[in-house]
Design a protein around this ligand. Structure first.
Ligand code: SAH
Length: 228
């Protein structure tokens, strides 16, 4: 069974509309819908906004359904020239850009205990999702995806994240899902379509493009499931 997590309903509704043989269960306040999608067994969840909800959801999903892998679908702000609105970012790894114990001499972003800044996504999953995007003619880039509990909407914060982590996209859940998967040895990948430019115009772009971008990510995920 493949686990699929989105942060918001707008990122999940159309995907769920294609599911068959569904069964629903609420655990820890999250509605898990399992069933088949494009012939594959899946379990889906809308986790809510931010790293805490994302971690809660991923851990609950793993304990309750034992998914063989988890894919996070949704939208993100772009941090690189290659990705414009509607393009797709695929994670090679994830970082938490708001994790900072650097006053104690640690590198910015270090996850103490695990003692890593970047947590690797599953490379086969990432490669297959990118290949799928290519066959669909969707512009895509693979690289570091940065998560934090903030909507990135300034040139300064964007520059900090880009320069510190060399990230290609920013969002608010992927690295929390990644950390939970890393600890539980569950392969994961973050798939995000670009909804905004994570700078001074993102508060205008995001409401305009969130639905279109969310749809782009869902379409790619459905195509991937048909062929994997
Ligand atoms: N109150 C709003 C909050 C949306 S936050 C709501 O409930 O709908 C924006 C969402 O889109 C997050 O889930 C995040 O992962 C993603 N996102 C898109 N652009 C982003 C950006 N520029 N910075 C951070 N997250 C972004």
């Amino acid at each position: 069974m493949i686990g699929i997590i989105a942060a918001m309903n707008v990122e999940m509704d159309s995907l769920r509309s294609h599911m068959e043989n569904t069964e629903t269960e609420v655990v820890s306040g999250i509605r898990f819908v399992r069933g088949t999608l494009e012939g594959k067994e899946v379990v889906t969840a809308v986790c809510g906004i931010g790293k805490v909800f994302a971690a809660l959801c991923a851990q609950t999903m793993i304990l309750r359904y034992q998914p063989e892998s988890i894919i996070n679908t949704g939208v993100a702000g772009t941090l690189c020239d290659e990705l414009s609105i509607g393009s797709i970012a695929v994670s090679s790894s994830v970082v938490q850009h708001d994790m900072d114990t650097s006053p104690l001499g640690d590198p910015v972003g270090l996850i103490s205990g695990i003692n890593k800044v970047e947590l690797p996504a599953n490379s086969a999953l990432a490669q297959n999702l990118s290949a799928c995007a290519n066959t669909m003619g969707i512009k895509t880039a693979s690289g570091v995806i940065a998560s934090g509990d903030q909507f990135v909407a300034s040139a300064e914060r964007k520059a900090f994240i880009t320069e510190t982590f060399h990230a290609i996209a920013c969002e608010m859940e992927g690295a929390a899902i990644g950390q939970v998967c890393y600890v539980n040895h569950v392969p994961f990948c973050i798939l995000r379509a670009i909804s905004d430019s994570a700078d001074g115009s993102s508060h205008m772009d995001y409401p305009t493009f969130v639905k279109m971008a969310a749809e782009q990510s869902v379409n790619l995920l459905r195509r991937y499931l048909r062929t994997c």
